[in-house]
Design a protein around this ligand. Structure first.
Ligand code: SF4
Length: 326
């Protein structure tokens, strides 16, 4: 059981009068059962397009998306119906994700009806316990306006979980919640992966939240992955100048030590006029002449890749390239 995505270039046509935008370019990953992948980057880096592509809203112009070994482009109507049950989304905005006219019970019942699932009362009660909305009877008949932001997000998570999905795509699930509620929801998401065998793609602009939830991390910049690897490795030994800049902005908890903050000049730029070379070069503090050429992805180890010329002494297998003495 696994989810495998090897999207090539996705053409995302947004502008009436212009060429397609390469919103996601060369992103590739494999996600196994009980695994979670964090995709991090600023707005416009392509992470939302990536999720929309995974759920079938965009068709990759090259590459393929395999779900449990089958290319989704070969799915018939029945396969898509099954896929829509097995892959569930949790959205960023819990305040608008729920129908204001439906009670908690009706919201969850509606999801079960869509997917022809029986034993509705038992499932509703079980899932509300799972997301820690208990005593359950206190919540069943509440409307969204009678719930706090955190409780609404728990109902959204319950709606995703109640159909027993294999994969959850979480799009900035805590960014609109206050800090103490964020911690509780992150803990809940982490428990879902560990205790219920769910896999997750978690996208966020906030590196500080991913370590709670994600085993693997991909840092994206203007549609490309610039650094990837085990979350612990990327956070403790960031190698790409962009990852280092993102991390430098996070305060160190319970520490008086100050991180040296890297301020990035400018904005990420226009995805329609990217041109050749490293996409980060206009903002990079380490830019050099070579950066006018697009960097390959170099393997620093089997589990840590970086697309930056600063690490070109490594090849794509993680071996050090021989340095000529002549
Ligand atoms: Fe900076 Fe060059 Fe590395 Fe790009 S390739 S991140 S511009 S040093």
């Amino acid at each position: 059981k696994y989810y495998d995505q090897q999207a090539g270039i996705v053409d995302w046509i947004l502008r009436k009068d212009s060429d397609p935008v390469q919103a996601v370019d060369g992103v590739s990953f494999r996600l196994d059962e009980n695994e979670s992948l964090g995709v991090i980057g600023e707005s416009g880096c392509g992470k939302t397009t990536l999720i929309e592509t995974l759920i079938g809203l965009h068709e990759p112009t090259s590459g393929e998306i395999l779900f449990k070994g089958t290319d989704v482009s070969t799915f018939d109507k029945g396969d898509w119906k099954q896929f829509r049950r097995e892959v569930q989304m949790i959205f960023q905005d819990p305040f608008n994700a729920l129908d204001p006219k439906l009670s908690v019970r009706e919201t969850l019942e509606e999801q079960l009806k869509i997917h022809d699932i029986d034993e509705r009362d038992r499932r509703i009660r079980d899932v509300l316990e799972q997301v820690e909305l208990s005593p359950v009877d206190n919540y069943l008949d509440r409307l969204p306006k009678q719930l706090s932001g955190g409780q609404k997000q728990r109902v959204s998570i319950a709606r995703a979980l109640i159909v027993e999905p294999e994969l959850i795509l979480a799009d900035e699930p805590v960014s609109m919640l206050d800090v103490s509620t964020q911690a509780a929801i992150l803990q809940l998401l982490s428990d879902l992966i560990d205790d219920f065998g769910v896999s997750m793609v978690y996208i966020s602009h906030d590196l500080s939240t991913v370590s709670y939830v994600c085993h693997q991390l991909q840092v994206m910049y203007l549609g490309r992955v610039v650094e990837s690897g085990a979350t612990e490795v990327v956070l403790n030994e960031p190698k790409h100048p962009y990852t280092r800049a993102l991390l430098s902005a996070i305060p160190i908890p319970d520490s008086e030590a100050e991180r040296e903050r890297t301020e990035l000049p400018g904005t990420p730029g226009d995805p329609i006029n990217i041109g050749n070379g490293c996409r980060f070069r206009d903002r990079c503090p380490d830019r050099m002449e070579l950066c006018d050429k697009t960097p390959e992805s170099y393997a620093l180890s089997t589990d840590h890749h970086v697309a930056c010329h600063l690490h070109s002494e490594h090849d794509d297998q993680g071996d050090l390239n021989a340095v000529s003495s002549s």
